[in-house]
Design a protein around this ligand. Structure first.
Ligand code: NI
Length: 259
């Protein structure tokens, strides 16, 4: 069994054929999917998707692109929906200094509030980090000092220093189709050296389709290809890689019932 630990099934890209997308994932052996919240104000349609399919779970949070737009959201707005049985993670949150769609101070305020929610609930924090390695690592270190919280650096594209500092705090690192791109040698070098119990796989669908699907709309079934490349990179069998990343998922996303 494989897991897609981060996709966005509520994006309009999937609106007309969600059953087919989930059906293809099922046929490809994707046993669980977590569809990730980007705006708390758009949580209700996301929750409905998670309710509709047994194997789909969701998170609650505001993406850093939208932290200015949802600056009025408070801790309770995360904690209350997080009690739902299908809500298994906090986020996605973090810092994006590549697009800077929200001012940096609004992003940081949102990031720290989501950390507080992860600490309070024990649910894993799903972190988006783009061109912000130093600030992400620094904030994670500062906040971990106030009390531990589980987290994953999703769609990892950072450098070795961020990976090392995240691992030191007990964090997990998750790879998308970017791992399969020809130019991603540096990323594959990091993936090759990670401890086996800290790695996750994801599509981040509808973007970043792996290898042969590049340029197409990405979907959870394609995580099989990223898993194949990760297995090759780490010189283990695809079966062993699948078993390991699946075990890692259930350890981190501990609210998802074991299969
Ligand atoms: Ni995402």
């Amino acid at each position: 069994m494989l897991i897609d630990s981060h996709c966005h099934l509520d994006f309009p890209d999937f609106a007309d054929e969600l059953d087919a997308v989930v059906g293809r994932a099922r046929a490809a052996g994707i046993g669980r999917m977590v569809t990730i919240s980007t705006r708390i104000r758009r949580f209700e349609p996301l929750r409905r998707i998670a309710k509709r399919f047994d194997e789909v779970y969701c998170s609650i949070g505001t993406h850093p692109h939208h932290s200015a737009e949802e600056a009025d959201i408070g801790l309770a707005d995360i904690l209350t929906p997080a009690q739902d049985a299908k809500v298994v993670a906090i986020g996605e949150t973090g810092l994006d200094y590549f697009r800077n769609n929200s001012p940096r101070d609004a992003q940081e305020r949102g990031f720290r509030m989501h950390i507080a929610a992860a600490r309070e609930t024990g649910l894993p924090l799903v972190i988006h980090a783009r061109d912000a390695d130093d600030d992400i690592a620094r904030i994670l270190e500062e906040e971990s000092g106030k009390g531990a919280f589980p987290f994953v650096l999703h769609c990892f594209t950072g450098g070795p220093d961020l990976a090392r500092r995240a691992l030191a705090l007990g964090g997990y690192i998750s790879f998308t189709g970017i791992l399969t791109f020809k130019a991603s040698e540096a990323l594959r070098a990091i993936a090759a050296g990670l401890p086996e119990d800290r790695i996750l796989l994801e599509t981040d669908a509808p973007y970043l389709a792996p290898g042969p699907y590049r340029g197409k709309r990405n979907e959870p079934a394609y995580v099989v290809e990223t898993a194949r490349v990760l297995a090759e990179t780490r010189r283990v069998s695809p079966t062993a890689m699948a078993a390991q990343t699946t075990a890692n998922f259930f350890r981190l996303f501990s609210k998802v019932p074991a299969v």
